[in-house]
Design a protein around this ligand. Structure first.
Ligand code: ATP
Ligand code: MG
Length: 150
């Protein structure tokens, strides 16, 4: 059974270029419900841990630098089969390969400054949500708070 939750980051470039609103509009229009959200600035350590899987890749240092260069929006999104559905909505990592109508096609500046992050598995989505959100910051569909676990 696939989880109904995924985790996203609107990355620094998209935030500084005033794309938060249009990106959230696309997210809602595609049928996702926002169950948690905040604007924060990642510390170097937080960015390193978040992207630890890429620590041996040549772009890791610059990726951490970029992700800490300004505030980001972190959010939890709810929809049936959320991880897969959201990866479809954001498009390919490299915006030149992203399909028309995807968030990255519309708002990415480069393969690094690619507008948004989306979890790539249910397991990682859960880890990422727990990394950024306390139970008191997570809401049910009816507006009540303190979801134990998604
Ligand atoms: P994300 O994890 O941010 O959702 P993704 O899963 O599509 O992106 P990953 O392979 O996990 O892609 O890469 C993580 C991030 O590292 C990318 O979103 C991008 O910002 C950066 N990145 C990936 N490949 C490159 C590259 N070749 N050069 C520079 N930056 C890169
Ligand atoms: Mg990834």
């Amino acid at each position: 059974m696939k989880s109904n939750y995924t985790f996203t980051i609107i990355k620094p470039g998209a935030v500084s270029n005033e794309h938060i609103g249009p990106i959230l509009a696309m997210i809602n229009k595609a049928g996702f419900h926002i169950t948690a959200m905040k604007l924060i600035r990642l510390s170097v350590r937080q960015a390193q841990v978040f992207y630890e899987v890429h620590k041996d890749r040549p772009f890791y240092g610059e990726l951490v630098e970029f992700m800490t260069s300004g505030p980001v929006v972190v959010a939890i999104l709810e929809k049936a089969n959320a991880v897969e559905e959201y990866r479809k909505l954001i498009g390919a990592t490299d915006p030149s390969k992203a399909e028309d109508g995807t968030i990255r096609k519309m708002f990415a500046e480069s393969i690094q400054k690619n507008a948004v992050h989306g979890s790539d598995s249910d397991e990682n989505a859960k880890q990422e949500m727990n990394f950024f959100f306390a139970r008191t910051e997570r809401f049910n569909r009816d507006g009540s708070c303190c979801v134990m676990e998604y």
